[in-house]
Design a protein around this ligand. Structure first.
Ligand SMILES: [Zn+2]
Length: 84
């Protein structure tokens, strides 16, 4: 039985959605060969990886996860303490 990528809840058969979700990032160099092996280009960059994951209906409805809500609340309280 599949489970939700975000909240870990088991998804009943036929429910849930396949969504493209952010799975990680990396910084690195890659070489791509140009025309007929000439002018190989080096590209450096920050890459983001996305993968297809199964997410339950509740998680597709709200973009914020429980962890994100908690973090935002804590940040809000800290900022409130600083400025008051
Ligand atoms: Zn979920």
């Amino acid at each position: 039985m599949p489970s939700c990528y975000k909240c870990g809840k088991h998804i009943p058969r036929g429910k849930g959605l396949r969504r493209k979700v952010y799975t990680g990032s990396s910084y690195g160099m890659s070489r791509s060969v140009g025309n007929r092996g000439k002018n190989p280009r080096k590209t450096a960059g920050y890459r983001r990886y996305y993968g297809m994951r199964t997410i339950c209906n509740e998680c597709t409805g709200s973009r914020l996860t429980l962890v994100e809500i908690v973090v935002l609340t804590v940040v809000g309280i800290v900022l409130y303490q600083i400025f008051i």
